[in-house]
Design a protein around this ligand. Structure first.
Ligand code: FPP
Length: 241
């Protein structure tokens, strides 16, 4: 079902290789905004928009593996999102459990899942145990997949990540340089973002992957996340291909 190669930083070989050096697979990052408005426009409760947003993420993963995307990183829940109404937070946590439970589907697609966010044992972290378990299990159950890497940002904030990287570099006794910050990020393997997508008309980066997106293009679209589809994904990819 997948067309990805063992090394996700290298595009498939064969005819493409004969045409020149292999192109690097892209890193696409998505701020999945507009679930609440999508639901409101249909007279539905906000949480239904999040449910549809999670379903759409599964669709976008299926589309992305058939495109030159090696890395797809999505903003599932920010460090600021904890202040939302309790019932909404609980619903979004449940959706993360559902997403991280899609192991069979991810394995069929050869997709490796990753998580980026505040370490579970850090003083301010609030991730409940059942979400931690789902995250750990999905990471382990998809670890041998060699295709696209899907990274879910959960309890994530870019400024917190940068502060933690600087502190960790200092604690290691190394000078604070771009290279040592790279090496002390939550997920050092994450390559620079090629294109950042934000749906639903807002034009802000909202503390997402601040370091990794320093040189990225940005694709803003008015489409709400639950309606984000193949044409939108292709428009984002066209900015960098
Ligand atoms: C923005 O919608 C989206 C979020 C707060 C993040 C939650 C995202 C999902 C549930 C979809 C993907 C699912 C997972 C599990 C990663 P909003 O509530 O800010 O919408 P609004 O701006 O229209 O109110």
């Amino acid at each position: 079902m997948t067309n990805q190669t063992a090394d996700p930083s290298i595009a498939p070989q064969g005819d493409a290789a004969a045409a020149g050096p292999p192109a690097r697979l892209l890193h696409v990052a998505c701020i999945m905004d507009g679930n609440g408005r999508w639901a409101g426009q249909r007279g539905l409760p906000r949480v239904d928009g999040h449910t549809e947003g999670e379903e759409n993420l599964a669709r976008i993963v299926r589309l992305a593996v058939r495109r030159p995307v090696g890395w797809l990183t999505v903003f599932g829940f920010s460090t600021e999102n904890w202040v939302r109404p309790r019932a909404e937070v609980r619903h979004i946590l449940g959706l993360h459990e559902k997403l991280f439970g899609r192991v069979k589907e991810l394995n069929e697609l050869n997709v490796r899942i990753q998580w980026i966010g505040r370490p579970f044992d850090s003083p301010a972290a609030r991730t409940p145990k059942y979400v931690q378990r789902a995250i750990r299990k999905a990471i382990s159950d998809t670890a041998s997949n060699t295709g696209m890497v899907l990274t879910v940002a959960f309890d994530y904030g870019g400024r917190a990540e940068l502060m933690s990287a600087v502190r960790a570099a200092r604690a290691d006794g190394v000078p604070v340089t771009p290279e040592t910050i790279d090496g002390h990020l939550y997920l050092p393997e994450l390559p620079p973002v090629d294109v950042m997508v934000r749906t639903s008309g807002e034009q802000r980066v909202s503390n997402f992957l601040l370091w990794q997106s320093a040189g990225s293009k940005i694709h803003f679209t008015n489409t709400s996340w639950p309606d984000f589809g193949a044409d939108d994904l292709d428009a984002a990819i066209a900015l960098v291909r």
